[in-house]
Design a protein around this ligand. Structure first.
Ligand code: FEO
Ligand code: CA
Ligand code: CA
Length: 665
């Protein structure tokens, strides 16, 4: 029997193949000189790590060094003692962590009750979708106890949703047992939800019959806007204008704009398209698709829907991989794919209004050796007149980051026909880019050409409102070889990832240059070969691997959600770690929350009063080590609800302090 391959791992394994063939110069040996100037000293000597993807249990479980007495923590919570694996979530002492909504719960007023194990597209389109990733809170009337929660539904785990459905394996993607009904239910479980929520008597609940309630799915009508709208490469049989598309796919992290819209970011869209291009001649079109890993055939949708068969509709994949702007205040509004922000495997959309009024979005492209991007609007944000920002995101300049060994960096504009500072024009017809639409549809190829820095899987981004510094989570990159390290990606076989900080020159987020630093290098500080670097005041509970989503609180401290910790890899479940970002305590991390076994932690999001912290629990039961926990016909006693035939369900959890008050003083 072939090994169970959880979808989340399949996505990453596909990324392992590294579609980025670019050999942009790396910075190599200067690393040692740069690192020695840093004050985070633990484990700096080693820059190589153990060869195995999975650490031996003995190593993972080894007790770490006692934390050294450090500066007093500014976090006033007692650290959670880390758990390796458990069927429930855990929160630091003194807090409540209540499930707000789960997969299958009602979103629209007429939604039927959740029926475990019975895939039903007509029910699912009214119910909360699967695998909730990004969460954004939009206050109603400025309130922190009444607002809208916008939620991305990134992908589905068929083997956890449907009894008897064979899990996708690494050897077989014949999709035995998949029916049209199952596929359509999967499509309805993708996309996003808008729910109205209220806190009464200290407890949060979903407002029933809300006028804002909305489900967005893989079939929702959307508009394509910005420079790539109407482009020849965006036209299909169903849409000869290249301006309308149905659905959004694999929406991972995102952002909320200051005018209250939701930026939902399409990530691994390549997995939904069919018919491998391998047998085809390597045309320019096929090469461009390959740079995005498409088609990848992770889902059976192409069996029943021609538009997901890239041989039948070769341009359909070009219509995915965008940032989608959605107005949650108007459930009848048409979501817009904002092509000016580029097409790649989008992760976060951390943003800020620059001092001059222009809007700036920082974006990660989550694949091994891919890039960090910045988008700056031409126009200014108008906070007095919400409607004036309606199409602000359609005009502006997208740039990609180059990190230099001396701790500086530059933003390289992705503008068709524009000479660089040496007078060379790279993004030209001669190089395969006819116009700006081409540059944006093929953002990755354009960025390759400019010599951007190949990063260790850029995930979420956030701007620190106190300092203006920008954090980017680099989750891991097991494929970086010893000769491929550079100052910004200093570890070969970087299994555990790191967090990088970008400081715009002169505090100007539109400036062409920046300085940068590494806040934390993740992994166990007690294993020298890992080369981890936390502040030595970090306890054995405080270190973690694989940073993914993040949030910044009003004190400018960083809250990181992880994806990929497990008993075997790090001796701990995924969760939330709280990190000091400034002063002597910078780089100290503390464990705050942990997810149930097999789950990944997503969506950290504070209410404006900082009294509630919403988090998203994705794919509980999806364990790499033992196969899925919830196979319906083989009950696993480790999952408490299983006896009643209820599989583990992705959920949103509201964390509040017992007795009230801010999450962390
Ligand atoms: Fe969907 Fe890059 O995490
Ligand atoms: Ca992510
Ligand atoms: Ca993830």
């Amino acid at each position: 029997m072939s090994k169970y391959l959880p979808p989340s791992v399949a996505f990453e394994e596909a990324e392992n193949e590294s579609s980025n063939p670019s050999t942009n110069p790396t910075i190599g040996d200067i690393i040692a000189a740069r690192l020695s100037r840093r004050d985070l000293v633990k484990g700096f000597a080693a820059v190589t790590v153990a060869a195995e993807l999975v650490l031996p249990d003995a190593l993972a479980a080894a007790p770490g060094p006692e934390p050294v007495a450090g500066p007093a923590s500014s976090f006033d919570f007692t650290e959670l003692a880390v758990q390796p694996a458990s069927e429930t979530h855990h929160v630091a002492p003194g807090y409540d962590a209540d499930v707000l909504i789960r997969w299958g719960d009602a979103v629209l007023p007429e939604a039927p009750a959740f029926a475990p194990g019975k895939p039903d597209p007509a029910a699912q389109v009214k119910q909360f979708g699967y695998n909730n990733d990004f969460l954004g809170y939009i206050p109603l009337d400025g309130r922190s106890d009444h607002g809208l929660l916008v939620v991305n539904h990134e992908y589905t785990n068929g083997e956890l949703m449907v009894p008897g459905l064979a899990p996708r394996s690494d050897k077989d993607n014949s999709f035995t047992g998949v029916t049209r009904e199952i596929v359509d239910a999967e499509m309805m479980a993708h996309g996003g939800s808008v729910i109205e929520i209220k806190r009464e008597g200290g407890k949060w609940s979903v407002v029933k019959d809300s006028k804002y309630a909305r489900r967005i799915t893989a079939e929702t009508e959307m508009e394509i806007s910005g420079p790539a709208a109407g482009h020849d490469r965006m036209k299909t049989t169903a849409d000869p204008t290249g301006t309308r598309v149905r659905g959004m796919l694999n929406n991972c992290a995102g952002g909320v704009t200051p005018w209250g819209t939701w930026l939902s970011c399409e990530e691994n869209f390549n997995g939904y398209f069919w018919s491998k291009a391998a047998a085809e001649p390597l045309t320019n079109e096929a090469r461009a698709l390959r740079r995005y890993g498409a088609p990848a055939e992770w889902y059976a949708w192409g069996l029943f829907h021609d538009r997901f068969d890239a041989l039948k509709e070769p341009n359909e994949p070009n219509r995915f991989g965008w940032v989608v702007e959605i107005d949650p205040m108007d459930p009848a509004s048409t979501p817009k794919k904002r092509t000016a922000l580029g097409r790649f495997k989008h992760e976060g959309a951390g943003n800020i209004i620059n001092a001059d009024g222009r809007f700036v979005v920082y974006q990660g492209d989550d694949e091994r050796f891919d890039y960090i991007y910045r988008f700056v609007t031409d126009g200014e944000v108008d906070l007095e007149n919400r409607a004036a920002n309606k199409d602000l995101l359609d005009k502006g300049v997208l740039s990609v980051a180059r990190f230099k060994a001396d701790g500086t960096g530059e933003w390289l504009p992705l503008v068709h026909g524009q000479p660089n500072k040496d007078g060379q024009v790279w993004l030209s017809e001669a190089n395969g880019f006819k116009d700006q639409g081409d540059v944006l549809i093929r953002t990755r190829l354009a960025a390759d050409m400019l010599g951007a820095t190949r990063m260790d899987r850029p995930e979420d981004t956030e701007v620190n409102p106190k300092t203006g510094k920008v954090y980017v989570m680099l989750t891991n990159n097991s494929k970086r070889k010893a000769g491929e390290t550079d100052a910004a990606n200093p570890r070969a076989e970087n299994l555990f990832g790191h967090i990088i900080e970008i400081n715009p020159s002169g505090g100007d987020h539109t400036a062409p240059t920046f300085t940068w630093d590494i806040v934390i290098k993740c992994g166990s500080p007690s294993i020298a070969e890992v080369g981890a670097a936390f502040n030595p005041a970090t306890s054995e509970n405080g270190w973690f691997g694989m940073p993914d989503n993040c949030a910044v609180d009003a004190e400018g401290r960083l809250w990181v959600a992880t994806d990929g910790n497990s008993p075997k890899k790090t001796g701990r479940a995924d969760g939330i770690w709280a990190i000091e970002t400034e002063g002597a305590a910078r780089g100290t991390a503390r464990c705050f929350f942990q997810v149930p076994i097999g789950a990944e932690m997503c969506g950290p999001c504070f209410t404006p009063d900082l009294e509630t912290f919403f988090v998203a629990v994705q794919h509980p039961g999806e364990t790499e080590d033992d196969g899925p926990l919830s196979t319906f016909d083989a009950p696993n006693t480790r999952w408490p609800d299983f006896k009643e035939g209820i599989p583990p369900r992705p959920s949103v959890v509201a964390i509040t302090r017992k007795g009230g008050g801010k999450i962390a003083g």
